[in-house]
Design a protein around this ligand. Structure first.
Ligand code: MEV
Length: 440
């Protein structure tokens, strides 16, 4: 097991093999000190640090090149989940989220997995769909499309020589006859290896370029020419072995497993179970400048692939009371092109992650989703989630009321002691604290 060190004991180390992300008490530091710890291990420059601190970051000029009618930007907190080890390599995980508890939960869960997480990836195959209508002989057309497979793939690959030179490009076809209301439609799927790019642009360009040729050989009329977000050939799997987090209490551990089982049997629970997983997954996808909606659409469509909405993860009790979690979902994320390459904060986030391939990135994201799920089930089977939430809720209210840094902890402590977290209660506590302080 990676030894646990205290943040105060850290010395300057180079990025790479000797990087240590199991840091006890990381959360107790100020944001500046936390950044310093990360910056030392990852060799972040002053400019990169300023970008994260919000002193530089996303200019309106860059924003104006990203979207239309830009008038500014919308900052979201960026935190680092610690304690992650994925495929024997330590990782600091940048997470962009507005939801309290998410980053703490991921870090805490990762600590319970001594050996860390192990992952696999099918490769970056995306599907592009070309929908054909007005086909007189749909099944004959399907056969003709396959007969022309090499020509179709050749025409697709001519669109993206760079991708092809990297070993990617259109690799295969998968053709379907689909029953529409008025007629049978022929839908050609281009199976494109997008390598380290998310690949939407590459796939859509190929689909549009090859559609006229497919129209010609089938006599049909193309309508949709667009990628599918059900990226079922771009699957990441992660497995984590966690210790029993309930101090050996088998009853609570059993409750954890029962809670996970409800998601298997009941879509109402599965939706919330998966929402918790996506709390982690979306936060890393966002921090790295990836298309969070593509990841989410893929995850939820995959969760329903059997015809019923199901959980993305599974939990089993292994030897020595250990808890074995596994997760499987599409992970259409990229490291090159798009916002990952243009957003200044995303660029630093990727540097912090220290990943060299999309396979590595996908593995870390899935591991965070699994850790998030472990943390939620652990809280739900044990004390419930409100206890942890209420502290942060109290903090948020105190901040809204203008509590100063040195007042914050005291206000939260008193509110928790009095067992009531409401706007009025926190206001009362803060005012009385400020009155007391001014009398001294
Ligand atoms: C809240 O954002 C996420 C949870 O509801 C997830 C779950 O219930 O598993 C806590």
């Amino acid at each position: 097991m990676q030894h646990i060190i205290h943040s105060t004991m850290l010395n300057t180390s180079n990025r790479g093999d000797c990087m240590v992300t199991r840091i006890s008490g990381f959360y107790k530091n100020s944001p500046e000190k936390r950044l310093e710890i990360i910056a030392k291990q990852l060799n972040l420059s002053t400019e990169e640090k300023n970008t994260l601190l919000g002193n530089a970051g996303l200019s309106v000029n860059v924003a104006d090149h990203m979207v239309e009618n830009a008038i500014g930007s919308f900052p979201i907190p960026l935190g680092i989940a610690v304690n992650f080890k994925v495929n024997e390599k330590d990782a600091f995980v940048p997470m962009a989220t507005e939801e309290p508890s998410v980053i703490a939960a991921a870090s805490n869960a990762a600590k319970h997995s001594a050996k860390g997480f192990f992952t696999s990836y099918t490769g970056s195959i995306m599907r592009g769909q070309i929908q054909l209508t007005n086909v007189i002989d749909p099944y004959g057309a399907l056969a003709r499309i396959y007969e022309n497979k090499e020509e179709i793939l050749h025409r697709c690959n001519a669109q993206d020589p760079t991708l092809v030179s990297l070993g990617g490009g259109a690799k295969d076809l998968d053709v379907h006859v689909i029953d529409g209301v008025a007629e049978k439609m022929v839908v050609t799927h281009l199976l494109v290896d997008t390598k380290d790019a998310m690949g939407a642009n590459a796939v859509n360009t190929m689909a549009e370029a090859v559609a006229p040729f497919i129209e010609k050989i089938t006599g049909g009329k193309a309508i949709l020419r667009i990628l599918s977000n059900l990226a079922d050939q771009r699957i990441v799997r992660a497995r984590g072995v966690f210790e029993n987090p309930f101090s050996g209490d088998k009853n609570v551990q059993e409750k954890f497993i029962r809670a996970a089982e409800l998601a298997e049997a009941d879509p109402y629970r599965a939706a919330t179970h998966n929402k918790g997983i996506m709390n982690g997954i979306t936060a890393v996808a966002l921090a790295t400048g990836n298309d969070t909606r593509a990841v989410e659409a893929g995850a939820h469509a995959y969760a329903s692939i059997t015809g019923r909405y199901r959980p993305l993860s599974h939990w089993e009790i292994g030897e020595d009371d250990s808890m074995i979690g596994s997760i499987e979902l599409p992970m259409p994320v990229g490291l090159v092109g798009g916002v990952t390459a243009s957003h200044p904060v995303a660029k630093v986030a990727i540097k912090i992650l220290d990943v060299e391939s999309v396979e590595e990135l996908a593995g870390i994201i899935a591991s965070v989703g699994l850790a998030q799920n472990f943390a939620a089930l652990k809280a739900l089977a044990g004390e419930g989630i409100q206890e942890g939430h209420m502290k942060l809720h109290a903090r948020n209210i105190a901040m809204q009321l203008g509590a100063k840094n040195d007042e914050m902890d005291k206000v939260v402590e008193l509110a928790m002691k009095q067992g009531k977290i409401s706007y009025d209660k926190i206001k009362e506590i803060l005012l009385s604290l400020q009155k007391n302080n001014s009398n001294h």
